[in-house]
Design a protein around this ligand. Structure first.
Ligand code: GDP
Length: 430
């Protein structure tokens, strides 16, 4: 049985918490795309952790945590993260790294930073983790696969060739220090020795696991709006954030993914540039940011304050549709308990006409939110474990959103911990 946990919005929906929770039943948890450019925050009995590359199953001894071929693997960061766990008394997790995963090179991070610097005010708001240069190189076929670390002749030849190419950019576009192929080769030898104990043929491993009926969890990073094809291009990330890509980024057949948990937050937040229709500003935004998530809405990787907004039914309907949601998980609902009334975005007005279909970016930039205001519930809902015990206005908020997005909300999260979850039967469930 393969399940995917993915984001239906802009990321930071609380996927880490849901994966950590579902991982209890899982044998294998896999990261299938993205890199260390975003983070999951997980709160459990070991403490509070921000994971960037490690799969969220690392807190369970019985789970094998897999880095799939679709991931941008930053080897030093990966091992630093692993150490940060064991330093805090988390038992060393079981890890497997795909021999087909590619490596984020030191020059990817440099080029990312130089490009942001060059673009100055027109930058994409990159986290400078090297993700865009990494995926560009992967598809330009000059990336380094983990397997290539173990072929010395190939590695030497390729290092020379790639440095030659990168040095043209460094010299003439960015006017920065050039790469030394010898130094780069030394770095790659260090990387090889670090990953060697963990490397394996992930798709073969998963094929056997599927045949044996193992429980497998695919863990997505960011959300639909950041997908390079279906998101708010070009203010997107560089690898697909959709559940469908889980098949490719892990190396399994698409029809094996039977459950798709699309995670959506009870209000909106976004990082980086790009149109954000239901965005709010000023004191209203500051209050939600301060109260949001678990300790405020600030980036888990960057510490940047997140942009805040009301719940967006247009974006979330689209987000769930592209993910192919079998289940919607509505998170961080407890945070809204302070509001007298809660506005929800139910449509976009573009050039005088209202639509409920999420448009392409150039039209999205013209969209103004159509808001409908629902009554708040004005109390703390943390600790509640059954749907019927939620205040009436809170249930109405959930049911209103479900009706607007058209996908079944089967779980409601009312706190950051593993146990803060309410299961719900939905009439929309197939
Ligand atoms: P992810 O990248 O999708 O995993 O999301 P992040 O970890 O960046 O952001 C989610 C934040 O909300 C984290 O700080 C979580 O601990 C927290 N969180 C998750 N679910 C809930 C919830 O139901 N209530 C509250 N208050 N916080 C939550």
């Amino acid at each position: 049985m393969v399940k995917a946990v993915v984001g239906a919005n802009w990321g930071d929906e609380g996927k880490g918490k849901i994966t950590d929770m579902l991982a209890r039943e899982a044998d294998i948890v896999i990261r299938f795309q993205g890199g260390a450019n975003a983070g999951h925050t997980i709160v459990n009995h070991f403490g509070k952790f921000a994971l960037h590359t490690l799969p969220s199953g690392v807190f369970y001894g019985h789970v094998t945590n897999v880095i799939g071929n679709g991931v941008a693997l930053n080897i030093p960061l990966f091992f630093a993260e692993l150490k940060s766990l064991t330093d805090r008394n988390v038992p060393a997790p079981r890890i497997m790294i795909s021999d087909r995963a590619q490596i984020v090179m030191p020059y990817h991070m440099q080029l990312d930073a130089y490009e942001e610097e060059r673009l100055a005010g027109k930058s994409f708001g990159s986290t400078r983790s090297g993700i865009a240069p990494f995926y560009s190189d992967k598809f330009a076929k000059i990336g380094f696969q983990v397997s290539e670390l173990f072929d010395e002749k190939l590695l030497r030849e390729k290092t020379e060739r790639v440095c030659e190419l990168k040095n043209v950019l460094l010299a003439h576009l960015y006017h920065k220090e050039l790469l030394d192929p010898k130094k780069l080769l030394d770095t790659l030898h260090e990387y090889r020795d670090m990953v060697a104990p963990y490397v394996g043929d992930v798709s073969a491993f998963l094929d056997t696991a599927i045949r044996e009926g193992k429980h497998i969890l695919l863990e997505g990073q960011l959300g639909t709006m950041k997908d390079p094809d279906h998101g708010i291009y070009p203010m997107v990330t560089s690898s697909s954030t959709l559940a469908a890509y889980g098949a490719i980024g892990a190396g399994i057949p698409p029809y094996e993914i039977q459950k798709i948990y699309a995670v959506t937050k009870a209000y909106s937040s976004a990082v980086g540039a790009g149109a954000f229709v239901s965005e709010i500003f000023g004191d209203e935004a500051e209050e939600l940011r301060r109260r949001g998530g678990d300790g405020g809405e600030y980036g888990a990787t960057t510490g940047r304050p997140r942009r805040m907004g009301w719940y967006d039914c247009v974006a979330s309907h689209y987000g769930c549709r592209l993910q192919g949601a079998t289940d919607v998980v509505l998170t961080v609902l407890d945070v809204l308990g302070y509001l007298e009334e809660i506005p929800v975005c139910v449509g976009y007005e573009i050039d005088g006409a209202v639509t409920t279909q999420f448009p392409v970016t150039c039209r999205l930039e013209k969209a103004k939110p159509v808001l409908q205001t629902l009554p708040g519930w004005k109390c703390d809902i943390r600790g509640i474990r059954s749907y019927e015990e939620l205040p009436q206005n809170c249930r109405s908020y959930i049911e209103f959103i479900e009706e607007k997005i058209g996908y079944p909300i089967t779980m409601v999260s009312n706190g950051p911990g593993r146990e803060d979850i309410i299961y719900r039967k939905s009439a929309l469930q197939k």
